[in-house]
Design a binder for this molecule. Structure first.
Ligand SMILES: [Fe+2]
Ligand SMILES: [Fe+2]
Length: 159
């Protein structure tokens, strides 16, 4: 991002980049969790769950990519060391169930993760509304996907 593009951001760039880096760390933890559960889920009707988890994992990785792109455009870099991801994240890593066939537990874990993501992005959206249009646009886009993820898994619970 050039000088003028940064100058029109009516927020502390340092704060903004910190929020974005924390969200970036969340996305990697979410990606790993979903991807891992997609590889290990077992039991009856595991195939549908595997497919859903794989799809959402892909979305979370895409969110990390979009955030990394914005962070670098704002003149910073995302964390280089994966060991820092959990320390930086907004919430601790949610452990997958020991019983890989426990689909209900998987659904509870992912709905909790999505609820956390919705909270994080809605906060950043509020902060950037009318102040940083580029970040606002990206976090609104990510937020709408997290809302769909939550809904998709919540619908399974209601069955
Ligand atoms: Fe995400
Ligand atoms: Fe999500």
């Amino acid at each position: 991002m050039g000088k003028q593009a940064r100058a029109i951001v009516e927020l502390s760039l340092k704060d903004l980049v910190k929020d974005l880096n924390k969200a970036y760390a969340d996305e990697w933890l979410a990606f790993y969790l979903y991807w891992y559960m997609a590889q290990t889920v077992s039991g009856r009707a595991y195939e549908d769950m595997k497919e859903m988890l794989e799809k959402v994992a892909k979305d979370e990785l895409e969110h990390a990519t979009e955030l990394a792109d914005l962070i670098t455009k704002l003149g910073d870099v995302p964390p280089a060391n994966p060991m820092d991801l959990e320390k930086m994240a907004n919430a601790p890593y949610l452990m997958p169930p020991k019983n890989t066939a426990d689909i209900n537990r998987i659904i509870r874990i992912v709905t909790e993760a999505e609820a956390g993501a919705i909270e994080v992005y809605s906060k950043i959206a509020k902060k950037t509304l009318g102040k940083d249009h580029v970040t606002y646009q990206l976090v609104s886009h990510i937020l709408s996907e997290e809302v769909s993820h939550e809904e998709m898994f919540e619908n399974l619970l209601e069955r």
